[in-house]
Design a protein around this ligand. Structure first.
Ligand code: HDE
Length: 631
């Protein structure tokens, strides 16, 4: 599919072919030796080639993002299925013939840029749409709710979850004192903490996780009519997760597990696909629920307000250069286009400020929008001027408005031109530093989440709490957390308490009549072998006929495979991709063993331990069927 953004970025690409030059374009014939007075003599200050090379190197790093530092990006396109003009005047959503280029960055939150992919964490899911009416950023997460209700608390949350300030430990983990100290003193975190302890925090792949805009936004049509909306991304492969033990081992075996999966899938020509989902709410129904629709710690149960799938996001091109694109991309929830608007969610309001602000120190000045990855596809025209790293050469004598000297150009958009108009709303209220009482229920939805989980998900949550709190040194914090869980569900509190050797305090159940939202469980996720990866263990004397049968059937169901053996030497003339030294069962979705060596047996046992399918000689069809029924 065409991608206009990538086409325009072609002009910015630097080809490596040709002689080396300095940054001034002067040819260089030796980039290995500095200029010296005699072979063993002092290096000369006049060596501008050496000084330029070192100076540039010294400044190669930019500050990593304060949160979401570790990320992986991809280009693609978005197209709406049917025109949504009745809901929004945003062209990219109302015209089904439009193919809108996008750049997506998936991320973890707490870890540094070089941290492992498979840590227990929320995942970022940020999408930049390069629309004809300007850039629209949907900067979401893979969980539909957030830890806090007010932007004022964000620095505290992040300080608590990041490595502790006195010893900078632990890396990319919430399993430590300060995080849980924050949680037990901030009950509004309970709902997102339940998600964080669930399998959702360990996605098998970025291609197998949902995305959520989290906040309630508004859609506005050409008549000025508005609807509340929640945005969703639904992966076509549905939602799948790793087990905790697998995730921990993968962090050591392949810290780039999710990044590699995304990169390799796109490189192999398989598109990564998500559908855009909308939950639409009429303003007349704003107060019809037992939660406040502006509260970002609450989700809208899909059984109450269905998710309509309205369009498709297809990621099909890897970045050409990680730094230029994935690192320099600057998302901002305030980047919206006509037809989409904000709400009074106090968390969202703070984000509208924070993202642009953070780029000023991260990307070093106010002109970061001019970087190729951030540049809109439509024209940019205004009287903002100068600043660090200004790339444009503005042509006019004037940089003020209104003006007569330049016939008042650029001019305020005319009625027939595209422009953003804020929703007209009546606002009133006393100045108050506080929260609405309608934000006060912190336990009903965590209880609904717990009630909606199947047995394996509940066990995962219990185990996760036991691990995390087990790593928390402060006994008082552990007790407070178990007491907090008693407000969610007595069974949950008891099971976690048992694991920690603590008794939960008596507490009133959050919900007199337990509620459930089946859509929250992964139990009924679509099962498919598509893009699942299998290790095939071979040893001398193995049955080649069966190997052919197996690889053919795997290919038919869209699965991938690698041949693993004791060494990289061909086995009975068959080339091998991995050895027992480089491969590990945790990096695969299943294993088929033609080999019965001790290493192969260990591989197989570990695969079984993680509840993944195992096949052995004679069982090709059963194995492929089991793979399709995998997690
Ligand atoms: Fe962010 N967040 N955030 N956040 N966030 C950033 O912006 C912030 C929140 C999210 O791939 C930062 O450019 C505040 C919710 C993603 O580049 C920073 C608050 C959600 C990404 C920032 C929140 C997110 C960020 C760091 C509370 C889900 C990565 C670097 C008011 C809806 C984007 C940057 C990428 C990144 C601030 C809460 C998602 C500091 C103040 C809620 C996916 O500006």
């Amino acid at each position: 599919m065409q991608n206009q953004k990538l086409q325009t970025m072609q002009a910015d690409k630097i080809s490596p072919a040709g002689p080396i030059t300095t940054n001034q374009g002067v040819g260089v014939n030796d980039t290995d030796n500095s200029l010296k007075a005699g072979g063993r003599g002092p290096t000369l200050l006049q060596d501008f080639i050496l000084r330029e090379k070192l100076t540039h190197f010294d400044h190669e790093r930019i500050p990593e993002r304060v949160v979401h530092a570790r990320g992986s990006g991809a280009h693609g396109v978005f197209q709406v299925y049917d025109g949504l003009g009745h809901l929004t005047k945003a062209h990219f959503l109302s015209d089904p013939s439009l193919i809108t280029p996008v750049f997506v960055r998936f991320s973890t939150v707490a870890g540094s840029r070089g941290s492992a992919d498979t840590v227990r964490d929320v995942r970022g899911f940020a999408v930049k749409f390069y629309t004809q009416q300007g850039n629209y950023d949907l900067v979401g997460n893979n969980m539909p709710v957030f830890f806090i209700q007010d932007a004022m608390k964000f620095p505290d949350l992040v300080h608590a979850v990041k490595p502790e300030p006195h010893n900078e430990m632990p890396q990319a983990a919430s399993a430590h004192d300060t995080f849980w100290d924050f949680v037990v003193n901030t009950p509004e975190t309970m709902h997102t903490v339940m998600w964080l302890m669930s399998p959702r925090a360990l996605p098998r792949s970025f291609r197998m996780m949902e995305g959520f805009g989290v906040h309630t936004f508004q859609l506005v049509n050409a008549k000025g009519e508005r609807k509340f909306v929640k945005f969703h991304w639904k992966p076509l492969l549905d939602v799948h997760s790793l087990e905790w033990d697998e995730a921990q081992q993968i962090a050591g075996k392949d810290a780039d597990f999710n990044r590699r999966d995304l990169f390799n899938t796109i490189e192999s020509g398989v598109p990564v696909e998500f559908e855009l989902g909308l939950q639409i709410l009429d303003p007349a129904d704003e107060f019809k629920f037992d939660f406040d629709i502006l509260d970002p710690t609450k989700l809208w149960p899909e059984e109450l307000i269905s998710v309509q799938r309205v369009g498709k996001l297809t990621l099909n091109q890897n970045p050409t250069n990680f730094f230029a694109e994935t690192e320099q991309v600057a998302f901002c929830p305030a980047n919206i286009v006509p037809g989409i608007d904000f709400t009074n969610d106090p968390l969202l309001q703070g984000r509208l400020f924070s993202y642009l602000d953070t780029q000023l120190s991260r990307l070093g000045g106010p002109n970061f929008q001019q970087l190729p990855i951030n540049r809109p596809l439509c024209s940019v025209r205004n009287n903002q001027r100068d600043g660090l790293h200004q790339m444009h050469i503005h042509e006019s004598k004037t940089a003020h408005s209104p003006n007569g000297l330049s016939q008042n150009e650029p001019h305020p958009a005319h009625a027939h031109e595209s422009f953003f108009e804020h929703l007209q709303e009546k606002l009133e209220g006393m100045t108050v530093r506080g929260r609405s009482a309608s934000f006060a229920d912190h336990f009903s939805q965590p209880a609904m989440f717990w009630n909606s989980m199947c047995a394996f998900e509940q066990q995962h949550i219990v185990d996760a709490f036991c691990f995390e709190l087990g790593k928390c040194n402060n006994k008082d914090t552990r007790q407070k957390l178990v007491d907090m869980l008693a407000h969610v569900h007595a069974d949950l509190a008891k099971r976690v308490g048992d694991g920690l050797g603590l008794k939960p305090a008596k507490a009133k159940a959050a919900q007199p009549k337990p509620k459930c939202s089946p859509a929250l469980s992964m139990e009924h996720s679509l099962k498919s072998a598509q893009t699942r990866k299998v290790a095939i263990l071979i040893a001398p004397g193995f049955d080649k006929g069966q190997l052919d049968q197996l690889t053919q059937q795997l290919t038919q169901v869209g699965a991938l495979y690698e041949l693993v053996a004791g060494s990289l030497a061909p086995v009975d003339k068959v080339e091998v991709g991995q050895t027992f030294a480089t491969a590990s069962s945790v990096l695969y979705d299943g294993v088929f063993a033609f080999d019965e060596s001790a290493e192969a047996i260990r591989f197989v046992e570990q695969t079984r331990m993680h509840h993944k399918p195992v096949g052995q000689s004679g069982g090709v069809a059963d194995f492929v069927a089991a793979l399709a029924q995998g997690r």
